[in-house]
Design a protein around this ligand. Sequence first.
Ligand code: IDC
Length: 482
Amino acid sequence: IMAGSLAVGGGVAVAQSSLPTAGSGGGSSAASAAPYLTDDAGRSLVLRGFNTASSAKSAPDGMPDFTEEDLTREHADMGTNFVRFLISWRSVEPAPGQYDQAYLDRVEDRVSWYAERGYKVMLDMHQDVYSGAITPEGNNGNGAGAIGNGAPAWATYMDGLPVAPQPRWELYYIQPGVMRAFDNFWNTTGKHPELVEHYAKAWRAVADRFADNDAVVAYDLMNEPFGGSLQGPAFEAGPLAAMYQRTTDAIREVDQDSWVCVAPQAIGVNQGVPSGLTKINDPRAGDQRIAYCPHLYPLPLDLGDGYSGLSRTLTDATITTWRASIEHVAGTVLGGVPIIIGEFGLDTTLPGARDYLDRVYDNAREMGAGVSYWSSDPGPWGPYLPDGTRTLLVDTLNKPYPRAVAGTPTEWSSAVDRLQLTMRPDPAVTAPTEIYLPQSGFPAGVKVEGADVVDWNRQSRLLTVRTPAGADTATVTVTPAA
Ligand code: IDC
């Protein structure tokens, strides 16, 4: 699934010092000390998958229009190991203080599909434009909406201010009624201190359910936070950080191990503006388990321009500034935490789409970041059209990648028929390093240099290897057997 260097093998040897340049199609990642989420065996996880799915936003039962067969197909076609699974406050807490266990049962059922296939799950408390209840239709569904979604109707206080129809969903954010709903949620109005408290306790109810579920590794506390009349650092360092801290504390009352993922304000930061988010303290005993889960949506692509010409130049500039500010927050502000790109995506029919995808996955690899692509919903943004036809996303994402590394990856590169990984082995980790190899590049046997093969399973497409004992660093190269 990793989009790696298309110049097969080229660039690998010189990769130590090579930084990405526009149009290079990647290379390999510069050595860095990026921390990773780890599995129960202590292995560093490289997470690659999808957001599943936007269709959950408006569904009365809160479930995405995504079947177990859909997951089987995704797994077979792209070898994903991760999902950012959309949940919603309106479904968790349909009435104040009442947590819908039947809803959590349905989520748990979907999680089990992923668990059976070895995936890791991040639950994403999704919202867009606060709630479906910002319009009359969504209010009938207790906040289930196609435009606004997230908060339950009972937590939506617009104080009689209007919400007029808009040509683009993002524009609803600055409608007076929506602004007021956020101002009441953050208690900027001073009238609703109870709402953030409800939110934190709703998360505690979710964490209580999934604390012992090994597949659920992370909680993304709020999709694309919006501050209403407070914007930028005044919002991020103020009520947003306070909500994150309150919610983290509530989760830790019931779950010590799952990662808590925090995101910046979406507007601006998704387009490369620096974030003013401040440190969140994890009260768990031992190392903190906070992760940073920003989104990337360069403006030219959002406006439908494609990745070519001036738009490409501007998009590249956006990626460069975005990455610097993301690495600053994760590394310095939050204290050296893992990064998961919670969302990025585009209409795959736009010019240059494949290059853009490669470019983002190259950056993610270099940053040591997990990726959940937006989204698995059928359509031109996704891997399949409604009739099941593949878009170019399938082949672009279906690349080798190291899934679970018995140590710390320091750099790696990938093309469809080659994977090279340099790592610092961790002698305390006894489980082998696990590598996904697609059918397209590895139809038969494998040739492995720099490590012993433990197992190569052509069915699951998983290769496990062990690097030589006692080495400080190891480089493993995998190519198809002649
Ligand atoms: C979009 C869906 C679209 C829906 C809209 C509003 O693709 O069908 O009408 O949400 O609910 C985000 C959001 C994510 C968006 C996505 C694409 O987190 O919910 O999905 N996007 O627009 N931020 C930037 C882009």
